[in-house]
Design a protein around this ligand. Structure first.
Ligand SMILES: [Zn+2]
Ligand SMILES: [Zn+2]
Length: 346
């Protein structure tokens, strides 16, 4: 079978002689029907990734059909169309027992990569907790959104107590646009902000408008700050969501929140990044800084129900599709600032 392997940063190969995996007890082998590109893959491709030792297969957003079922798997049959995420918690460690399964001590070590391939094997943990039947009305490409949407649902829950009336999203990428859709469902006024870089960013801002953004704020942090002031009667945003993963934006986020507001720091920065904040804003203005990472099984369940319900227009985030052989071209498009997410079809 074919499988994309990242050999070292910027060196990717399609291995055409990989063996189709065989499922052990509790495991399942999926024939991939659609995979999706993700910012994490692009970061790993460009600079390596602390959680992805190389060489490594790549790709973690997918859906497909069960090709082979291991012994003792219940509730599924060969040929079933399924959707899954690429990790599941152990259920036994300190963090799992606290209900913080996203922080499970082994969730990252046990994750599965290799969705840019014809087949992918899922371990028992995932099959038991985080794999679902895909209803027929949901296209494979949209079903593959389960993983990124689960991350966004986790971030929503981390800040839901704030019930924000207005939300500022910094970064019009796929994650920012999913936050936009969910906050619009909640009835908030949503502003989507980012640097305008021409071509690609125009497309992203256009999609933000199509998805119901109340305002699109283009420019650098200074410009955005002016516009947020205007949009919020001088108060600042109830909730600021950092979805760009850049130190500059992390540092600038608290200054865009209103007094008593919340900042959700979502975008992962390169390892070792340090960010500075004005301590006075955190103290005197009680700005809350919240981190969010990965997802729990209950976040995945919520994301699954959302996708199945058809309430989210996730197809808007998929800019086109490429054959697995052309994965490199899809990556080059994203690196060049074009497109939001691409479907990779084996
Ligand atoms: Zn992803
Ligand atoms: Zn655990």
């Amino acid at each position: 079978m074919k499988s994309a392997i990242l050999i070292s940063p910027k060196v990717m190969e399609i291995n055409r002689k990989a063996h189709v995996p065989f499922p052990g007890p509790g495991e399942v082998v999926i024939q991939v029907k659609a995979a999706l590109t993700c910012g994490t893959d692009i970061k790993a491709y460009l600079r390596g990734h602390p959680k992805i030792p190389l060489p490594s297969p790549l790709g973690h957003e997918f859906s497909g059909d069960i090709y082979r079922l291991g012994a003792e798997v219940e509730g599924f049959s060969e040929g079933d169309a399924v959707m899954a995420v690429h990790s599941a918690p152990c259920g036994e460690c300190t963090f799992c027992r606290m209900g913080r399964e996203n922080l499970c001590s082994t969730i990252m070590e046990e994750k599965v990569l290799g969705a840019y391939a014809e087949f992918i094997k899922l371990p028992e943990r995932i099959v038991k907790i985080n794999m679902f039947k895909k209803p027929e009305h949901l296209p494979y490409v949209e079903a593959a959104m389960l993983e990124p949407l689960s991350c966004v649902v986790h971030g929503m829950r981390a800040t839901e107590a704030e019930k924000p009336k207005n939300v500022l999203i910094l970064g019009p990428g796929p994650i920012g646009l999913m936050y936009l859709m969910l906050h619009k469902i909640n009835g908030a006024k949503v502003m989507v902000a980012g640097r305008s870089t021409g071509g690609g960013s125009n497309e992203r801002f256009q999609v933000a408008k199509d998805l119901g953004a109340d305002a699109v704020l283009e420019g650098d942090l200074q410009d955005i700050a002016w516009k947020v002031t205007e949009e919020t009667d001088g108060l600042g945003a109830d909730l600021v969501i950092e979805a760009s993963g850049s130190r500059e934006i992390w540092e600038g986020s608290p200054s865009l929140a209103r007094r008593g507001g919340t900042v959700l720091l979502f975008g992962g920065c390169p390892p070792g990044t340090r960010a500075c904040f004005d301590a006075g804003r955190i103290h005197y203005d009680e700005i809350k800084l919240v981190g969010a990472f990965h997802f729990t099984p209950s976040d995945v369940r919520v994301a699954y129900d959302l996708l199945v319900s058809g309430r989210l227009n996730v197809s808007k985030l998929i800019s086109g599709s490429y054959h697995l052989d052309d994965l490199q071209t899809a990556f080059n498009e994203l690196i060049g600032g074009r497109g939001i997410k691409f479907a990779i079809i084996p």
